[in-house]
Design a protein around this ligand. Structure first.
Ligand code: CA
Length: 229
C-alpha cells in the first residue's frame, strides 16, 4: 500500500484529500504545519507528498527545498493561486508537479497515481540513481549539477561547479593552479591562473564554515590545492 503525506493547514481540504486517497486504497497521514510536515517527511518513508504552498511560518516552498535536499520522494505542490505557477517553475525547487486550488479530487488522485507510477518506473530502470559525490555533509549531484551543504542547496556557476567536482573526484591529490586552469577552462578561455584563485575563493565562501580554515579545499602553500576527504 502506498503511503501519502499531506501537509496542509486547512483541515477541511486535508480531510477531503485524505478521503479521496483512502477510497483509492492509499494510506494517508495529515500534518497541519510546515514544520511537523517536514519532520515527518524526513523521518519516515512516504511514497508521495502532497504539499500545500501557503502554510503559516515554514511555507511550502521552504518545506519542499528542505525535503529535496535530502530525499527524492515525489512532491506534488498544491497552490492556492494561479499566479504562483511562474514562481513554482522559476524557483526550481525540485517539486514533481503542482495543482491549483480549487481542484477536482478525482483529478488530484489521478495525478498522485501518475506520479507514483512514474517514480516506480524510474526506480526500476535505475533512472533515479543520480551520480553523487558525498563528503562530510557536502553532497554534489553530478546529474542535476546541484550542490547541497547539510541539506541546504548552494548555488554555483558552471565553472565553480566543474572545479569543485574535479577536485572532489580526485581527493587528496594536490593540483597546481596551472593544472586546474588547463583542466577546467578550455584553450580559448580568457584568463590565467588568477582565475583559479578567484574561483576557489568563491567556492570556499559557499561550502566552508571558515574560509581561513577550510576543511574541504586546502591550500598547499607554493604548490596548489587539495580536496581533503
Ligand atoms: Ca494553506
Amino acid at each position: 500500500m502506498s503511503r501519502i503525506l499531506i501537509i496542509e493547514d486547512e483541515l477541511s481540504i486535508a480531510e477531503l484529500e485524505k478521503d479521496y486517497l483512502e477510497m483509492d486504497g492509499f494510506e494517508v497521514r495529515i500534518e497541519i504545519s510546515g514544520e511537523d510536515g517536514l519532520n515527518a517527511a524526513l523521518k519516515e518513508e512516504f511514497d508521495l507528498i502532497l504539499l500545500d504552498l501557503m502554510l503559516p511560518e515554514l511555507d511550502g516552498f521552504e518545506v519542499c527545498r528542505e525535503i529535496r535536499g535530502k530525499k527524492d520522494t515525489p512532491i506534488l505542490l498544491v497552490s492556492a493561486k494561479k499566479s504562483d505557477e511562474d514562481k513554482i517553475r522559476g524557483l526550481g525547487l525540485g517539486a514533481d508537479d503542482y495543482i491549483t486550488k480549487p481542484f477536482s479530487p478525482s483529478e488530484m488522485v489521478a495525478r498522485v497515481k501518475a506520479h507514483l507510477a512514474r517514480y516506480e518506473r524510474l526506480i526500476s530502470s535505475g533512472g533515479r540513481q543520480n551520480e553523487m559525490v558525498e563528503v562530510r555533509g557536502l553532497r554534489i549531484d553530478k546529474t542535476t549539477r546541484r550542490v547541497y551543504l547539510n541539506g541546504e542547496e548552494k548555488f554555483f556557476t558552471n565553472k565553480e561547479f566543474d572545479l569543485l567536482v574535479f577536485l572532489a573526484q580526485n581527493p587528496n591529490r594536490v593540483f597546481s593552479k596551472e593544472e586546474l586552469f588547463n583542466k577546467i577552462w578550455d584553450m580559448e578561455s580568457v584568463g590565467d591562473i588568477a582565475t583559479v584563485t578567484v574561483h576557489i575563493k568563491k567556492i570556499r565562501e559557499k561550502i566552508e564554515y571558515s574560509t581561513s580554515k577550510p576543511q574541504y579545499i586546502e591550500t598547499v602553500w607554493g604548490v596548489g590545492y587539495r580536496f581533503r576527504v
